[in-house]
Design a protein around this ligand. Structure first.
Ligand code: NAD
Length: 257
């Protein structure tokens, strides 16, 4: 399949899942817009590396997804948006009674409201182009809950709701909207947690991963960023043209429990 001629904007894509999706979409031929709130040389170098590897017009645009006007400006600056991947996200873990209000506001803004703003800016472009794909990166926590993650779980459930409304408002057009719900995915941040977990529980690497980190993931395997990218590429394919308003879990069986 080729996504040649399509422009894909991926929020929060200078690391982890967003970067994995960027690499797979670019391999499929899409011109990718990488994004984060930083504006470092490395951010632009990353985009150039992907562009050189894939022969696509991949570039980096700085925008802070906690600010609605910057979310919309990202789409405007890109100049086109055939594929919108709402991926930027942060986490904070604490009980509701102690949860800092500013952390709640930041998580709701970055993990949920940003998707509203980018979608609002992108839909007119998709309608004009006569084709579009909105893919929201929710989470197993968009479908189930865990204690101490109130803002994250609320935001991810909200993203799933927004996905359904986007699908219904575009149902008669060649535009689809879906959410990918990952379980635990191996990213640099997750890799960095492994030594601490080994030390805390006095376990070897494999036991710490299987018995502590992946207790809720029945496969006992991390999903990979390549698998997230592959799922996004599938949702952009003709085979997925009638898949809209739904969630695709890539969670090793987490939500089947
Ligand atoms: P990550 O920290 O590697 O990536 C998050 C990205 O968001 C980074 O590129 C970061 O720069 C960007 N970001 C943060 N704040 C931003 C802001 N204000 N404006 C613009 N960009 C901002 O983490 P990840 O694991 O790759 O997570 C990506 C998405 O996947 C998140 O929405 C997360 O909730 C979701 N997710 C991750 C997992 C997992 O196990 N890693 C599981 C389920 C869902």
């Amino acid at each position: 399949m080729t996504l040649s001629g399509k422009t894909a904007i991926i929020t929060g894509s200078n690391s982890g899942i967003g970067l994995g999706i960027a690499r797979e979409l670019a391999k499929a031929g899409a011109d990718v817009v990488l994004n984060s709130f930083t504006d470092n040389e490395e951010d632009h170098a990353l985009a150039k590396e992907i562009a050189d590897e894939t022969g696509t017009n991949t570039r980096y645009i700085q925008a802070d997804m906690s600010k609605g006007d910057q979310c919309r400006a990202l789409v405007e600056k890109a100049g086109a948006c055939d594929i919108l991947i709402n991926n930027a996200g942060i986490q904070h873990v604490s009980g509701i009674d102690e949860f800092p209000a500013e952390k709640w506001d930041a998580i709701i803004a970055i993990n949920m409201s940003s998707a509203f703003h980018t979608t609002a800016a992108a839909l007119p472009m998709m309608r004009k182009a006569g084709w579009g794909r909105v893919i929201n990166i929710a989470s197993a926590h968009g479908l189930t809950a865990s204690p101490y993650k109130s803002a994250y779980v609320a935001a991810k459930h909200g993203v799933v709701g927004l996905t359904k409304v986007t699908a219904l408002e575009t149902a008669e057009e060649p535009i689809t909207a879906n959410a990918i719900c990952p379980g635990y995915v191996m990213t640099p941040l997750v890799e960095a947690q492994i030594p601490d977990t080994m030390e805390k529980y006095n376990m070897d690497r494999e036991t710490a991963i299987k018995e502590v980190m992946l207790t809720r993931q029945p496969s006992k395997e991390f999903a990979t960023t390549e698998q997230m990218g592959g799922t996004a590429v599938f949702l952009c394919s003709d085979a997925a043209a009638q898949i809209t308003g739904t969630t695709i879990s890539v969670d090793g069986g987490w939500t089947a429990l």
